[in-house]
Structures are given as C-alpha cells and as structure tokens.
Design a protein around this ligand. Sequence first.
Ligand code: HEM
Length: 477
Amino acid sequence: MRELILTPTYGEYEFRWLREYGAVYRIKACFGETRIMVSDPAAMQFILMSGHFGTGPTLENGARLLYADGSVFRAKEEEHKRLRAVLNAGFSAGAVRKYLPIFERAAHSLTEHFEHLSGELIDVVPPFGRATLGTTSEAILGCSVDDLGDDFITNNLQLLSLASSQSPSGIIFDGLSRWIPPSIYETAIYLPVAPFTILRRAKNLAYELGKTVVEDIINAMRQKLENTGGFYGELVEQYHAADGKRTLNKRGIIAQTSLILIAGQDTTANTLAFGLVELAQNPGLQEKLRIEIHDAMSNSSARDIAYENMPLLNAFIKEVLRMYPAEVFSDRVARQDTVLPLSEPITTSDGKQTSQLPVPKGQILMFAIASYQRLQSRWGEDADTFRPSRWLDGGGVLKGEAMGPYANLLTFLGGSHTCLGWRFALLELQVFICELVGKFEFSLPPDGPARCRYGGTVLPALPDGKKGAVLRVKRVM
Ligand code: HEM
C-alpha cells in the first residue's frame, strides 16, 4: 500500500507492476492482509454489474465521515435506486444544458481573475476549486459561492487539504478501521483531534447550509415568490406536488448537500488543472485547440457553441480523463464466494494458466481505474503517453466491450454508482477550457510541470508536494 499511495508521483510502482504482472495481481496491505489489484476489463465489468461486490472498507468509512446518512453515496440497494431515480432529473443531458449560463458566468469570472495577473505565474488550482464549488452550489442549491459564507469556505479549504494529505499512519489507521464496527467508527468523528474537528464541522456546516436553503425555498413558495433554489427548488416543488413516492422529503434533500458539493469540486478542478498543465507542455497542441475554439466562437454566439461538434476539444478532454482519473482506485469487497471472469488468462503462483479467478467472500479488491486506462491491450502500445489524437484517428481506443458511461473510460466509474454528475462535469470542462484556452496562453514555470500525486484523489502537486499547479498565464485575445 505504501508504494501504491505514498510515492511522490502517482503510479511509479503501479504502472510498472501492471507491465510486469498483468491486469490482476496481489499486493500486501496492512497486518498481513492481501488485496487483489484488478484492471482486467471483463473482471471490472463483473465487479460493477454482478452484485457480488460491495464498496470496500476504505470507501465506506470515508463516506461515513464525510457524507450524511441518507446521501445517495451511502444508500444501498432499493433505497439507492430510489434516490438515483429522483436525483437523475437534475443531472440529465437536458438538465445540465440549463446550467450552461452558470458555467459561462463562472468561466468569465476566471477570465477576470487571470487577466489582472496576465504574464505572471499563477497557481491555478485554488481559483479552479472555488469556481467548481460555485457552479455546483449555484446549479444545485441556487446560491452563489459568496452565499456559502466565510466559515463554510474556510472549512472547505481545510477539508480539501486534510483529504489530500497521506501518511504511513493514515494507511495503518485505514488498515485497522476495517475491524472497527461501523457504529463505533462513526462516533470517531467526535474525537477532539484536528482532523475529526474539521470533518465534524464540514458535516454540520453542510447540514446547516442545506437546511437553510430548503427552508428558504419553502418560505418563498408559501409567499408565492419566485423559486430560485436551483435543483433543490425543483425537488422541494416536486415533493409538495406529488404523493412522495418518487420524491425526496426535506430531510432527504438536505442529506445530499455535503456529498454533492464535495463530489463536484476538486474532481473537476483538478481535471481542468491537469489538462492545462498538459497544454503548457505541448504548445503545438495548445495552439491547434485555440484555433478550433476561435473557429467555433466566430461561427456562433458563446451561448450557442456546439461543444459536442469540436473534435479536438473532446479528444483532449477524453485524454485528460483517461490519464488523470480523479479516483485512481477504489476498494471493493466480495459479498459472497465468487469467480472473476478474465479477458486475458493469467498465470497463477503455481504456474497454471487460468481465465477465471476464484475470490472468497470478504476478499478486498482494488478496482484499479488508472491501470485499466493504461492497458496496452485496450489503448495501444503508447498507452502511457498523453496523445489526444488517439481519439481522432481511432487507434488504440474502443477495443473490447463498452465500459463506464463515457468514452469507454471508468473515470466516472460505471454500474449503479456511476458518477451522478458526469454530464455536469463534462459540460463544465468544455465551457471552462473554451473560455480559458481561447483567451489565454498557458506555459510552464521555470521549475517544470506540476506532478501528479495521490491524496484521496489524484491531484497536481508543486515541487514541495503541496497541492497546486503553477502556470504562466498570458492574455492572447
Ligand atoms: C471530472 C469530474 C468528476 C469525476 C472524475 C467524478 C468521479 C466519480 C466517481 C469515480 C464516482 C464513484 C465513486 C465510487 O463509488 O467509487 C463518483 C460518484 C459521484 N459523483 Fe462524481 N465525479 C466528477 C464530478 C462530479 C460532479 C460535478 C458531481 C455533482 C455536481 C458529482 C457527483 C457525484 C455523486 C453524487 C456521486 C455518487 C453517486 C452514487 O453513489 O450513486 N461528480 N464520481
């Protein structure tokens, strides 16, 4: 686990193990436990779709500390299906398209921020994080990032910094936590130590925010005032109009707040930052993309840009999502004795070849998304190279069965817990990239590009290891 998580650059060992041992192999975890790293496509599909696997202890415990009971992430089986059915309405293609003005306003604010600093070196990660927090909050809760209040923003920054810190003791605590009963684990949040104080406060602030938003919407409805409550406004209206079966009550709506704000923030902001770092390393690609953006803008008003008809933009986004999946791995646990089907046979430790791997109940697997997205059998010999043109010339993509909701990638997972906000993130990335690359040139700082390191998700890191990506930003239009 140390080699997997604590390396200065993410994947130093993992991608070597992938080439050496293939798409299924064992790694050592804490206290003698062995986990199975899985990036074989057939096995991953089975893990997602068979119902034989549940979320593993790391993800489950993390969610207990971060997200409210009643949030869609923590819900299981029928309750999860019910919540998804209600929440999907705010994240469908049509719903997300309605958020376009919100994304555009946020993109313009970034332009205003950057143009004052034109020619300077800027850490782009903090403004991106604030922008993505703002779009989610405006689209879903109907309130701007300023409405969230100083306490919320301060705690949000502390929370993200906490999530991005990794240490050997953290790995040991995680290994131990497997044996701690959930009820006891949940009370850990009341321990008087700094990390738990931040987590406790984050949960409380999100609850208070959700409660205020929902109560304001209800009051506005009573007074027959305009409902400006974003998707929460629609949910409250639905609840009052319907019999309650396919809707969420006040408590159910409030419970989604911490999850939705966190899930949509750093994931999207870091993806954007990684994308710009790649462009800064490849000025030719950056210029080609800028030309495509200027062409699209000159042929239509900003509001009518057909983002889906911009081949290089979309190839670029797919390649960023392939190389920098926020959730590089995720733990899963076998709910029963089962057998994993494999796309390619493996050689077991006793020298036998097999296309099926028996997995006993309780075994923890590492669902290795980053490795899957570097499989040479699926993406070609140059799977480790950032090359957006692979999506244009058709070489090295779409081999084998369909995976995930988008572009055969597992960046947004797949199966019943597929990222609720994947269309939201995609349109937001399209809008932000068009605005920023259309107007600014991004180049590298003297000390080179940000690294990619693990901190709960993968994140861009400065030479001292802190989260950040410094770029020289120069206005070009
Ligand atoms: C590039 C950006 C994003 C990436 C890479 C991403 C990735 C993911 C992944 C991998 C999961 C599954 C986690 C697991 O079960 O192991 C997930 C779940 C989720 N995501 Fe995203 N996400 C992104 C943006 C967003 C946005 C913008 C939102 C909302 C505004 C969002 C909301 C959610 C929610 C609510 C879930 C839980 C779904 C469920 O359990 O049914 N995500 N995301």
